[in-house]
Design a protein around this ligand. Sequence first.
Ligand SMILES: [Zn+2]
Length: 258
Amino acid sequence: MFNVVAVPILNDNYVWIIESSTGQAVLVDPGSHKEVLAHIAKEKLKPTAIFVTHHHNDHVGGIKSFARKHGNIPIYGPKTVGNGIVTHPVHQGDKINVRGFAGEFTVDHIPGHTLDHLSFHHPIQQLLFCGDTLFNVGCGRLFEGTPEQMHDSLTRIKTLPPETKLFCTHEYTLDNIAFAKTIEPDNQDLLDYEKEVIRQRENDEPSLPTTVDHQLRINPFLRCHLPHVKKKVQELSNTTHEDDVSIFEQMRRLKDYH
Ligand SMILES: [Zn+2]
């Protein structure tokens, strides 16, 4: 089993550090380097690779400084990331073997938040690093992609095995729950979960990772097909469209203005 640790950086980002039993470490989206360097030193880890989900600075901003200290480790990500940061561009369907880590990571292209957005999946250990595409009880903003693209990307995440652990990059959960309650005020799973997250956050614990199974029950953006969700979104956005993508699009817009 890999150990996956959250290192909080910036306002509300997490750098996920995947640690092997032999002390190797893969860093996911190091948007800042100081906290990551401190963790690596404290735990005596050996950085072996970096994964980058997309080009936003809060996901890549720490890489250059980190690489200056830790030399030539491969940096996997979309080729669109600026300044030659990515040394190993990867695409949909690529497989990555990282020294010290049994099994493969597979790459999926999941556009919507940005056009270049990738996820890194370890099917054997059932881990998915999904960047800013899916959040706990929410999803990323559509900065570059279309609602169709984002809906399709989320649908692909939905179809992973239910126990798959989802490692999102931001701690937006309480804010997302507040919005989700406007769509599903009677969702008991959501109401119960809110209490748990309040407790976690009071203790300064991350509300992540989550699982596919849990998100299917509490994340309104994965529930656009449900009749009561459609009805609520139509009511709140004053529209009559009822196909899943239109409901998703209106829901995302409601969240933008929430
Ligand atoms: Zn982003």
